[in-house]
Design a protein around this ligand. Structure first.
Ligand code: GLN
Length: 482
């Protein structure tokens, strides 16, 4: 049952072959058995999950169910969920039980989905390996000595290890796509503004975007149909007509123009990744697509640009964690300033502090023009590169990550090496364009490899169509490590 697609599960629930309580119980049992090793979940609450499953069963019985009614979904611990501990992977929020639901959680609740637990993540979504979490690292189910990627490492592990049929993630520089690639699952970061950021704990507000993680493109489409929608409480939420993201899945790919940026097929990509990507492109040619070489000349600057802008926004966003209103407060202090200092010094981990320091530095008088403004100008040039490229192609493809999953501990002492994990992914956040990762093979040690697809604004349905067609003729997405 746990290898089934969401469509199959939904069908079985609708035909009453299984109940949501049974499906939820099966997931909870697996989590109980396997989570002690994987550490994919920070919080599991059987009582709350089962109560939602019962409500879903009643909805199904009354004939008012939708495609996700009764389906367990693992929620990244960055989404506030009423009555649930919501930590964002940080000691700073280790005692925070959210009094309200994020926009995304509201939408899943309204669809009758079951929150199966809150997934582990890098602290405040800062990281590429899930090793910065206050709650400990997550293991990659394909090889437990490897990282699952990050920051949505718990979500990727949960789906790959079949602890949950679907999950949510957030992506500021690659945090849905990179862990999806390293764990052999599919994930999509939608166009900026499509998914509400209300109640999604802020890292870098102009880059953050929530999105689904699941086995296949078809599953992602069903999840996206629930997640996307205008929310007046998010000032950058987009008001658009409702779209069916599963609507184009069956379209043939004949005549599709795939742009291959020469900057992505250059030094830095490992040979095993290159081989799998090359094979995937062959498959797309067989499906009737053609490939064209394109150039994105400013895109190699994405990482330095990202590591000026994301920390700048983070330093501002994280100033709210001061020990006063909610979250961790130091036990002893002499006065107010000392309380702020000690609460923040004790509540934040090393990577978060590093980002706050970088952010404060690039925003300070005298450096603002040299770093922050310069990075904003380059962000604009990177967006222009993509606009130019879309004159020649419909979709851009390349590897999601330069290498397969690295070993636990291998890069945690070297921030620059860690930051380079997002070398292919961060441009889509800087431009706000939709992008996804799908599994296309394995490296020598059977560690998964992801193909990266970047689309023009609002082309989610097209990306899902392209991925779905590939998944109709290949079976990487249905392979599981367990
Ligand atoms: N790895 C990147 C970072 O540490 C991106 C993280 C993310 O997308 N949340 O900032």
């Amino acid at each position: 049952m746990l290898n089934a697609s969401l469509k199959q599960l939904s069908g079985q629930l609708a035909q009453k072959k299984i109940s949501s309580v049974e499906l939820t119980t099966e997931c909870l049992d697996r989590i109980k058995r396997l989570n002690p090793e994987y550490n994919a979940f920070i919080t599991v609450n059987e009582e709350m999950s089962l109560a939602q499953a019962q409500t879903a069963d009643a909805l199904i019985a009354s004939g008012r169910s939708g495609p996700l009614t009764g389906i367990p979904v693992a929620q990244k611990d960055i989404f506030c969920a009423k009555g649930w501990l919501t930590t964002c992977g940080s000691k700073m929020l280790s005692n925070f039980v959210s009094p309200y639901d994020a926009g995304v959680i509201e939408r899943f609740n309204a669809a009758g989905a079951v929150n199966i637990g809150k997934t582990n993540m890098d602290e405040f979504a800062m990281g590429s390996s899930n090793e910065t979490s206050h709650y400990g690292f997550v293991r990659n189910p394909w090889d437990v000595t490897a990282v699952p990627g990050g920051s949505s490492g718990g979500a990727a592990c949960a789906v790959a290890a079949r602890l949950a049929p679907a999950a949510t993630g957030t992506d500021t520089g690659g945090s849905i796509r990179q862990p999806a690639a390293l764990c052999g699952i599919s994930g999509i970061k939608p166009t900026y503004g499509l998914v509400s950021r209300y109640g999604m704990i802020a890292f870098a507000s102009s880059l953050d975007q929530g999105g689904p993680m699941a086995k296949s493109a078809e599953d992602l489409a069903l999840l996206l149909n629930v997640m996307v929608g205008f929310d007046a409480r998010d000032s950058t939420s987009l008001q658009r007509d409702v779209e069916d993201y599963a609507g184009e899945l069956q379209k043939p790919l004949h005549g599709l123009r795939i742009g291959l940026p020469k900057e992505y097929f250059a030094a830095g990509m490992s040979s095993e990744v290159e081989l799998a990507v090359t094979h995937a492109l062959e498959e797309f040619r067989k499906l009737g697509a053609q490939t064209v070489e394109i150039s994105l000349p400013n895109v190699p600057l994405s990482i330095p640009v990202y590591y000026v802008l994301a920390p700048a926004e983070a330093s501002s966003n994280l100033s709210r964690f001061d020990g006063v209103r909610y979250g961790y407060r130091a036990e002893s202090y002499t006065d107010l300033a000392d309380m702020y200092r000690k609460s923040r010094a004790q509540g934040f981990g090393a990577e978060v502090k590093r980002r706050i320091l970088i952010g404060t530095y690039v925003l300070s008088h005298g450096y603002y023009d040299a770093y922050y403004i310069k990075a904003q100008k380059l962000r604009r040039l990177i967006a222009q590169d993509f606009a130019d490229a879309y004159q020649q192609c419909d979709v851009i493809m390349g590897p999601t990550t330069p290498t397969v999953a690295f070993n636990l501990g291998e890069k945690s002492g070297d921030p620059i090496q860690m930051y380079l994990s997002d070398i292919y992914t961060s441009a889509a956040n800087l431009t706000g364009m939709p992008a996804m990762s799908i599994p296309v093979g394995f490296g020598e040690k059977r560690r998964p490899i992801g193909l990266h697809l970047i689309g023009n604004y609002f082309r989610e349905a097209q990306l899902l169509n392209i991925a779905h067609q590939y998944q109709q003729v290949t079976d990487w997405h249905v392979q599981s490590p367990v």
